[in-house]
Design a protein around this ligand. Structure first.
Ligand code: GLA
Length: 709
């Protein structure tokens, strides 16, 4: 007979059945009392249908083909010669139970395998974090093709929201009905990818930002992944995720073990917004997350300002202007090392180019630091160009199958970090740069997919991913004050595991404020604003050629971790002044923006997007209202706010944004004509709403809400 265990979060409970074979989650949803544990399991017990196996195989945490589960098995693998391909586990010993976690052990003595699953759900949080360690207990090797964890979902979760995308169009939402059959998202790119981000939400029909029951799922892993949402013919639904392993990639020697990535699940009865906030709160509670006192420094990044054209006097002047407008960090992007005048050479040679920096890098570093700014530097440590000293000396260090001609991506190859010598080389060179110069920030880039990655004769993406974590961990230990940013051609490496080592994600290479609206909204499903790199680019977007006024560009970038990626030396005096005002405004609201609850509003009108942040005590809110298109109606709908204190009285005002934005139609709504705006209850703001002015397409404004006592 199975026994039952309940773990409780702030508003959720997870009911686990164990002791009778493979453990499973019986219920995952709104909180239920401890006294209900056995009763809920009994109440949900399923009868048998005709033409079925006589004992229904559960959607176990590791579902078993060997027990007659015909969906996606949690373990896929075999012994040489074909044995142990359909294991069937039994519980071993008593589970280890703490207030916030459970550890369950199982073994299959016939197959010679054992596993331990740990599940964590802390009382104050609503994210279930779990992972599994599998051990080969037999005398023969075990070739493992999959180790994935699963959770069942109730039938009412019948709509899916997952994300596709591409370079410059990251986190693109895809909403589908969850019909019979499976949605399978497989990522083989060697990074968390632009197109198959391992995140998925499922919810009750029509779930939106503030309504419906929603379950969210994310695999914290920066390598390949496989995510499945399946509806079985017997009516059950489940989500499954794990690393995607290539054939032969993992072979467990006798006694060897492997641990899966962490899988994260969140549940909300108040729509997608609360599910996102659950993920955000979880990240914010981790030690690796920037603390609220660690203000996210406004930065100037040189990429779209000067590209590869590094010239010290120009860069110094750019730093002067950066300081003038209030930036706090100057990030020298790609182009500072030898033979790096375009993207065809130089990667791997991590020392300063003596032609561009005849007096060394410190001439610029000292200048920047002297202005009171932190100095940041770009690296792409996992890469090498064939045209580099490194490659000429060590062509054997690349992560490719040596039996085939090499395949280039952006003229570069991946360096095999699981090769000890290559790893030591990269560590030594980065360590030296960080030791020799006053560098406080590293933009860690990664710009190409793995193709035929081979390490030690077998597929090598897993080994590479683990070596990357080791390398980042080692550098962080040696340089605890240096902050790392995760960039991968924009948001190609965005996940909870890379965030143990990095404090910011470069959301997208697209700085077009219009595109950014949607990209950032998708990003915010999983990550809070303080992790979202968001820059004010030049007038004309480098990736779309669209032009936008500074007001619109500023309004969009303003909400994240603000940066400027524009050659301010080309900007007019007036523009620089406006940038300075924008930076000052951002700094004024930064504590709210980077600690508050993120709120995305729904709208029936496709032409507007509104999202904002409300302080935890709900006394203040700041929302960006963006008109992204011409509207269907001549007067826009009132904005219905959310997540406010219904009983508090708020003063609502428009906050002026510096720089040209949109015009306000013929007249402004009356409340906007009063300098003090309008004061009304949170309930009224959420139910009646607030009439926005008529705005031009591709313009935005800020609503500021503050409680008046
Ligand atoms: C990638 C990054 C950019 C920039 C360039 C430099 O595309 O995403 O931000 O750093 O590389 O080559």
């Amino acid at each position: 007979m199975a026994e039952h265990l309940l773990l409780h979060g702030k508003t959720t409970s997870v009911l686990i059945a164990h002791g009778d074979g493979a453990p499973s989650v019986v219920y995952w949803g709104a909180k239920i009392p401890d006294t209900d544990a056995d009763a809920v399991a009994a109440a949900l017990h399923r009868p048998l249908a005709h033409a079925s196996i006589d004992v229904e195989a559960p959607v176990a945490l590791i579902p078993e083909l060997g027990s007659g589960f015909f969906g996606s098995p949690g373990i896929k693998g075999a012994r040489p010669g074909g044995g142990a391909w359909a294991p069937r586990f039994r519980s071993v010993g008593e589970p280890e139970v703490g207030e916030d976690h459970v550890l369950l052990r199982c073994a299959d003595d016939v197959a010679g395998l054992a596993y331990a699953i740990e599940l964590w759900l802390e009382p104050g949080r609503d994210v279930l974090a779990f992972r599994v360690t599998l051990t080969n207990t037999a005398d023969a090797p075990y070739s493992l093709g999959r180790l994935s964890l699963s959770l069942p979902l109730p039938t009412r979760a019948n709509e899916i929201l997952d994300f596709t995308g591409r370079w410059c169009d990251e986190f693109h939402p895809r909403r589908t009905a969850w019909e019979a059959g499976a949605v399978i998202n497989e990522n083989r790119r060697g990074r968390s990818s632009h197109d198959h981000v391992a995140v998925l939400f499922a919810g009750t029909e029509g779930f939106d930002e503030n309504h419906g029951e929603v379950w969210g799922f994310h695999l914290g892993w920066s390598g390949n992944s496989r995510l499945v949402a399946e509806r079985l013919s017997d009516g059950r639904r489940y989500l499954q995720a794990g690393e995607l392993l290539f054939p032969g990639e993992v072979e467990l020697a006798p006694g060897e073990e492997i641990t899966s990535p962490w899988l994260y699940g969140v549940h909300s009865v108040r729509g997608l917004g609360e599910a996102s906030r659950g993920f955000h709160r979880y990240l914010r509670d981790r030690d690796s997350h920037p603390s609220p006192d660690d203000l996210r420094k406004v930065l100037l990044n040189t990429w779209e300002a000067v590209y590869f054209k590094h010239d010290v006097p120009t860069l110094k002047r750019l730093a002067d202007v950066a300081a003038e407008v209030g930036a706090e960090r100057f990030v020298l992007d790609d182009g500072w090392f030898p033979n790096r005048n375009d993207d065809t050479g130089g990667l791997g040679d991590w020392w300063v180019d003596p032609t561009k920096y005849p007096n060394g890098l410190d001439e610029l570093v000292d200048h920047v630091v002297g202005l009171g700014l932190e100095f940041g530097l770009w690296f792409e440590p996992e890469m090498v160009n064939p045209d580099s000293e490194l490659y000429r000396a060590h062509p054997e260090w690349v992560l490719q199958d040596p039996a085939y001609p090499e395949i280039l991506g952006r003229n570069q190859l991946v360096l095999n970090l699981a090769n000890d010598d290559a790893y030591a080389y990269v560590l030594e060179h980065l360590d030296r740069m960080l030791t020799d110069h006053a560098i406080g920030y590293v933009k860690w880039d990664m710009n190409r997919d793995h193709v035929q990655p081979v390490h030690a004769g077998r597929a090598g993406t897993r080994a590479q991913t683990l070596a990357l974590y080791r390398l980042l961990g080692e550098l962080t230990t040696r340089h605890p004050d240096v902050e790392f940013e995760s960039c991968s051609s924009g948001g190609g490496r965005a996940d909870f595991e890379i965030l143990r080592y990095t404090k910011r994600i470069w959301t997208s290479d697209c700085n077009d404020a219009l595109e950014r609206q949607r990209i950032q909204r998708g990003f915010s499903m999983l990550f809070p604003p303080e992790l979202m790199g968001a820059h004010v680019g030049p007038h004309q977007s480098h990736t779309t050629r669209r032009t936008h006024g500074l007001g619109f560009r500023g309004a969009i970038a303003f909400m994240g971790h603000l940066g400027i990626e524009w050659n301010l030396l080309d900007a007019t005096e007036a523009e620089r002044k406006q940038v300075a005002e924008l930076v000052a405004l951002h700094k004024q609201f930064r504590p709210l923006l980077h600690t508050g609850d993120l709120v995305r509003l729904d709208s029936l009108d496709d032409a507007t997007l509104t999202q904002g942040v409300v302080s935890e005590d709900k006394r203040e809110g700041l929302f960006v209202y963006a008109r992204i298109d011409t509207a269907r109606s001549s007067i826009p709908d009132p904005v219905q706010f959310a997540h406010l204190d219904p009983d508090a009285r708020y003063q609502a005002r428009i906050l002026g944004l510096p720089g040209p934005g949109g015009e306000f139609g013929r007249t402004k709504p009356q409340w906007m004509q009063e300098p003090s705006g309008v004061t009304l209850s949170g309930r009224a703001l959420m139910r009646a709403g607030l009439q926005p002015p008529v705005l031009d397409p591709e313009s935005a404004l800020l609503f500021h809400l503050t409680v008046v006592d």
